[in-house]
Every structure is written in structure tokens, then in C-alpha cells.
Design a protein around this ligand. Structure first.
Ligand SMILES: NC(=O)c1ccc[n+]([C@@H]2O[C@H](COP(=O)([O-])OP(=O)(O)OC[C@H]3O[C@@H](n4cnc5c(N)ncnc54)[C@H](O)[C@@H]3O)[C@@H](O)[C@H]2O)c1
Length: 380
């Protein structure tokens, strides 16, 4: 699939790091509304720079627009791309409101175009291995997920010095105004709904705990820097999801099933270990091991569980962000779906549902009141 990138900022470099080695994608060129950024990025990566969005969209060879602009530009750029007949792969969130997100989905459907949004971490081999463990039924029914998306107290870090490979500064003002929930909740919601199906209700709390962190940046109307939500799934499972740029970094996901616990240490990391512990629920066996005084031998497994061997189809490069996050895998998946009829693992329904759950976490209807989700997904 022939693609073009709009938005040449901080994350675009990470896409450039993860594009090599993915089959079937040809990058024709890039555009950014900031001419200096466009020139720097295009020359750093030796890419064709389109002089305008119109010029990019008028290039008949471009089949898919990869929208890596800031969240508040997503709707505008994706809509232009769809209306001019292009498939779209967008960074998250799909849009900033449900009305905008729904307009994109309706436009894509009406024109028979593909539309999908990041994150794509549910495509990782380790999440697929988790899917198999759950589907095998060995551990029983999934009951509860404990999902953390804490990024540390970012405002206390030296973020003004953070630069992408080609020199883009980390967009702190934008990040604080859009908020960590809109920016990051999808990294937990996407694997959860991909594995366990749609969310029926969300009960959430959100707050802005550090309101003055953007003052020096001229940031206004800062978004919540904490959200905590309870997600009730159609299938009966419950998840507790915390997002913050307050608490120490923790991006773990724990799935508690009837007969064990499956843990991913870091959902941003495509090579994160998957551990299964079956001891917690089996008190009798644990008591017997204690009695047999074999505690020291079994202690690591008791604490952390057995590590499930995972075969990685591709060695994901470590990006400038320090993680092995395969940003471009979602585009390759979209291309495989369009061109080879691959199973629909990314798409408009998933992006829309993740957006609705994310918005419910960011802006709860009323304290303590459950919000019923309007969108859904086929059961996995
Ligand atoms: N920064 C990260 O570490 C990171 C990681 C993962 C995902 N993301 C996501 O990537 C997206 C971009 O974030 P970023 O950090 O690269 O931001 P950024 O500000 O560094 O880059 C965005 C670029 O888009 C350009 N742009 C904005 N609106 C435009 C428009 N209408 N037309 C053309 N160009 C436009 C800006 O000029 C800018 O250069 C966001 O959706 C963000 O959530 C960021």
C-alpha cells in the first residue's frame, strides 16, 4: 500500500524507526503545516516533502494517509483524506469528540474506505499469546482486569530537553491540554476490548491534580491528569483502569481469571513478558508446598508466575521513546486487510468504541454515575 504521512513531529520519527521490515508499505512522501519541521524531517529521512496537504491528496499514487498530527487536528485531516478517496490510519484518539469520530466512520463507510486508529499494541505477539491462554480455558473465566497507565510525574521531569530523532521537541503544551487519558488510555482499552469484547458501562472519576504545570508553556484549560474508571464488559468481566501523569510509571495489565492470574508487565513494550500464576487461587497446593519446605525453590514462581514462551514474528526495534513499540504495525495490518483480506484486527468499529470509552473516562457524566456505551463490537 502506498502511503503518505501528515504530521512530521515527535511520533513521526518513531514511525520511521518501525516502518523498515514491514511488508507491503511504500512511503511516498510527507507533509506538515509547519514548513521548518517539514523541511527538517524530510531532509533527515530523505523523503519527498509535499508543499501542501492539497498536493499530497492530489497525488493519485497515494492510497492511504497516515495522520500523525496533534489530536485536535485528527478530525480535520482524516476527513479531508477520506473525502478525497484515501484510506486513513490515524494516531490516537480517532477524534476529540464522539460526533467528530462518528462523522469519520460514516464518511469512510459511505465511500468504502478503510479507517483505523492507533494504538495497535493488541497486535503484539505477546497479547496474541495472552489471547490463546485465555481462549484455552485452562485458567477458567476472566473475572477482573487491573490496568495501569501511569506515566510518572511528567511535569517534574526534564521534558523541555526531550527531542525526537530529527529534533522535534516533545509537545508538552499539547499533551497537558489534551490530557493523559486521551493520549494513553487506548493502550489499555484496545487490548482489553480486543481480548474480552465490548464495554457496556463506564463509571469514572477524573481530576486535575496539578493545575499549574502548564503555566510556563502558556497552556490553558488543562485536561485531567488523573482518571480512574471501572469498565463493565458485555461478557461480565470488570476492569479497573487508572491513567495519570502523577503516579510512578506503571503500565502493567493483570487479568484475574477463575484459576490464575495473567500479567503483562508493560503494555507499551511489544516484548514484555507474559507470566501466568496459577498458585494464588489454589490455596491447598500452596499450603502443601509450604508444608514440604520447598518454599525457596518455588518462591519466584509463587511471586511472579511462570513465563509463557512467546515466538516473536518480528524483532521490534527500540524507538527513541525507549520502548519496543511497533507503531507502524497497525498500518501494515490495515494494508493486509484492504489488499489481502486479512482478518479485521483494526478498523472503524474498534477505533470508535475505544474513543467512546476513553471520552467516558476523561469526562465522566456525573460523579459515581455509570455511562452506558452507545457503540459496540462483535464478541472476539
Ligand atoms: N509524543 C509521543 O511520544 C507520542 C507517542 C505515541 C503517539 N503519539 C501521538 O502522535 C500524535 C502526534 O503527536 P506528536 O507527539 O508527534 O506531536 P507533535 O506536536 O510533535 O507533532 C505533530 C505535528 O503535526 C503537525 N500538524 C498539526 N496539525 C496539522 C495539520 N492540520 N496539518 C498538517 N500538519 C499538522 C504539527 O505541525 C506537528 O509538527 C498524537 O496523536 C499523539 O497522541 C505521540
Amino acid at each position: 500500500m502506498r502511503i503518505a504521512i501528515v504530521g512530521c513531529g515527535y511520533v513521526a520519527d518513531m514511525y520511521m524507526q518501525t516502518l523498515p521490515g514491514l511488508d507491503g508499505l511504500t512511503l511516498l512522501g510527507v507533509f506538515d503545516r509547519d514548513p521548518d519541521r517539514l523541511a527538517t524531517f524530510a531532509s533527515f529521512h530523505r523523503l519527498h516533502a509535499y508543499p501542501s496537504l492539497d498536493a499530497l491528496l492530489a497525488d493519485e499514487r497515494v492510497e492511504c494517509v497516515v495522520n500523525l498530527t496533534n489530536p485536535r487536528s485528527h478530525h480535520e485531516v482524516s476527513l479531508r483524506a477520506l473525502e478525497s478517496g484515501h484510506h486513513v490510519y490515524s494516531e490516537k484518539p480517532l477524534a476529540m469528540t464522539m460526533a467528530e469520530a462518528e462523522e469519520l466512520v460514516t464518511t469512510a463507510r459511505a465511500r468504502g474506505l478503510a479507517l483505523a486508529a492507533a494504538p495497535c499494541n493488541h497486535l503484539s505477539d505477546v497479547v496474541q499469546a495472552l489471547r490463546q491462554e485465555v481462549a484455552s480455558g485452562r485458567l477458567g473465566r476472566p473475572l477482573l482486569a487491573q490496568a495501569e497507565m501511569d506515566d510518572g510525574m511528567v511535569s517534574a521531569l526534564d521534558y523541555p530537553s526531550w527531542r525526537s530523532l530529527s529534533g522535534a521537541p516533545w509537545p508538552a503544551k499539547d499533551e497537558f491540554e489534551v490530557g493523559c487519558t486521551m493520549e494513553h488510555a487506548g493502550y489499555q482499552i484496545t487490548p482489553l476490548v480486543a481480548l474480552f469484547g465490548p464495554v457496556r458501562r463506564v463509571t469514572a472519576f477524573s481530576a486535575l491534580l496539578l493545575p499549574d504545570k502548564g503555566a510556563a508553556l502558556g497552556a490553558k484549560d488543562l485536561a485531567p491528569d488523573l482518571s480512574i474508571g471501572v469498565l463493565e464488559f458485555d461478557g461480565g468481566m470488570v476492569a479497573r483502569l487508572t491513567n495519570s501523569i502523577i503516579a510512578p510509571a506503571d503500565r502493567s495489565l493483570r487479568i484475574v481469571l477463575e484459576r490464575g492470574v495473567a500479567t503483562l508487565s508493560d503494555v507499551w513494550e511489544y516484548h514484555t513478558p507474559l507470566r501466568i500464576s496459577t498458585t494464588g487461587s489454589d490455596l491447598r497446593a500452596r499450603a502443601q508446598r509450604f508444608a514440604e519446605k520447598k518454599l525457596s525453590a518455588v518462591m519466584p514462581k509463587l511471586l511472579f508466575g511462570r513465563r509463557v514462551p512467546v515466538r516473536h514474528a518480528r524483532q521490534v526495534p527500540r524507538t527513541q521513546g525507549g520502548h519496543r513499540m511497533d507503531f507502524s504495525r497497525g498500518i501494515a495490518q490495515l494494508a493486509a486487510q484492504v489488499e489481502r483480506g486479512a482478518p479485521a484486527l483494526v478498523g472503524p468499529e474498534l477505533a470508535l468504541h475505544v474513543t467512546e470509552v476513553t471520552l467516558a473516562l476523561q469526562s465522566p457524566a456525573a460523579p459515581g454515575q455509570a455511562q452506558v456505551m452507545r457503540t459496540s463490537l462483535p464478541a472476539p
